[in-house]
Design a protein around this ligand. Structure first.
Ligand code: RNT
Ligand code: ZN
Length: 425
């Protein structure tokens, strides 16, 4: 359906259906507009970065598979691709940069040497595009990460190298935050761990704690930057032991006044990240989510509108916790159109929030309070077939982005006109 008048009419009908359940769709759309997702730059080039022309993701327990043509090979191309993606996602969003995406002008700049000027063009670009930046230290794809340990390494020189890297990344984050007048979230994920049975887990974790204490010695104002720490259950090559586990960072962040980052792909498949949010937010003011899709052993498939993402959105909306959450996308798929991957993931998350905001909360709450659990379950079931897509299409129209499936042809067009013409590399 491409007729915009029909979409407006469908919205009016949907609006009435939701009103009968006490849900005001105009108000819902105003709330949806306030949700910002931090798009992860690394989906655009398979986590390679720009440190050197032949960079590829290596080491660090994460892996990108696929060789779909046309990945961005420099910052210009990545910005172009991001701009295309943002034009197909309703709302105002953010950009999540990794340190390896600095612009080093062909010089070899090691991780412990990066400086704010390497990110100047990004800072100017986001301001021109009315976006905001978030930042990440890159403690992988580096010879000093190759034996599996960085901040928790037994080797002091290795630890110091990474401490210096993260110091610099936090400083860059604070400069970004100051210049964009919105705190830049600096997230720290390290790959540290080992493949097989590990007997000195205690030692690694105590080194990690010591390194983090040094890293966070210096406090930045929370108007400039905020720190978060991301745990993981296991990675490729770190199946038996991961130093930065959930319990480790939960304890660390709580005692140090930092945020934790829950990556939806970093838990046991039957664990619900949605269910963790109300527990975490009883003890923390804010938290970061890395929204991803775990599939078997892989934690980073493209996000779709699945039950997990929907439950996360519902949990946050039911708890009126939107203003305490930060959202980053985190997946990398090199086997499909990379710009399309960003758009699929971002639109899916926004749809999940729309669905959550359209939930007849009052009715469900009353059913639960009176113990009418049949009515609660039946209402939840009926809610699944309410005409939410009419509300979504109308929202896209209002936000001047393609509604329904109209964005797909734009991706195909861009593929023909731009990415297919890039040199194969
Ligand atoms: C890895 C973590 C981490 C990375 C990015 C590139 O398992 O999820 O967040 O995906 O930092
Ligand atoms: Zn992550």
């Amino acid at each position: 359906m491409t007729d915009f008048n029909k979409m407006e009419k469908a919205y009016k009908l949907a609006q009435e259906c939701y009103a009968q359940l006490g849900v005001n769709t105009d108000r819902v759309l105003a709330e949806l507009r306030n949700i910002s997702l931090s798009l992860h730059c690394w989906q655009g080039d398979d986590v390679c970065g720009f440190e050197n022309p032949d960079a590829s993701l290596s080491g660090g327990g994460i892996q990108v598979t696929g060789n779909f043509p046309g990945k961005a090979t420099n910052a210009e191309e990545l910005r172009m691709d991001l701009k295309k993606a943002y034009s197909l996602i309703p709302g105002k969003h953010r950009l999540n940069l990794h340190a390896i995406y600095g612009e080093f002008e062909g010089k070899s700049v090691d991780r412990d040497e990066i400086r704010p000027e390497h990110f100047r063009t990004w800072i100017d670009w986001v301001s021109q595009e009315e976006l905001k930046l978030d930042f990440n230290a890159t403690c992988f794809s580096h010879p000093k990460a190759n034996n599996g340990f960085t901040l928790s390494s037994k080797n002091r020189g290795i630890r110091d190298f990474w401490i210096e890297h993260v110091h610099r990344c936090r400083e860059i984050s604070s400069i970004i935050g100051k210049s964009q007048k919105s705190p830049c979230i600096h997230n720290l994920w390290i790959p540290d761990g080992s493949k097989d049975l590990t007997v000195e887990g205690w030692t690694y974790r105590s080194f990690l704690k010591e390194s983090l204490d040094k890293i966070y010695e210096y406090e930045y104002s929370s108007t400039e930057m905020k720190d978060s720490l991301e745990s993981k259950l296991f990675g490729i090559g770190s199946e038996c032991f991961v130093a930065g586990s959930h319990e480790f960072y939960l304890g660390y962040a709580l005692t140090k006044g930092k945020m934790i980052c829950l990556d939806t792909g970093h838990f046991h498949p039957t664990e619900s990240v949605a269910d963790k949010i109300s527990s975490v937010l009883l003890f923390f003011d804010e938290m970061l989510l890395h929204i991803s899709r775990g599939v078997r052993w892989d934690s980073d498939h493209v996000v779709i509108l699945n039950d997990e993402v929907r439950s996360i959105a519902k949990e946050i909306v039911r708890g009126k916790a939107l203003s305490r959450m930060h959202f980053g996308l985190d997946f990398f798929d090199a086997s499909i159109n990379r710009i399309g991957a960003w758009v699929i993931g971002a639109r899916a998350v926004l749809k999940a929030f729309l669905l959550a905001l359209l939930e007849p909360h009052q009715i469900l709450k009353e059913a639960e309070e009176t113990g009418d659990n049949f009515y609660r379950l039946a209402t939840l079931e009926e809610n699944k077939s309410m005409p939410f897509h009419a509300v979504w299409d109308y929202y896209c129209l209002k936000m001047a982005v393609p509604p329904a499936d109209l964005w797909i042809s734009e991706i195909k067009q861009y593929e023909n006109d731009v990415t297919n013409k890039r040199s194969k590399s």
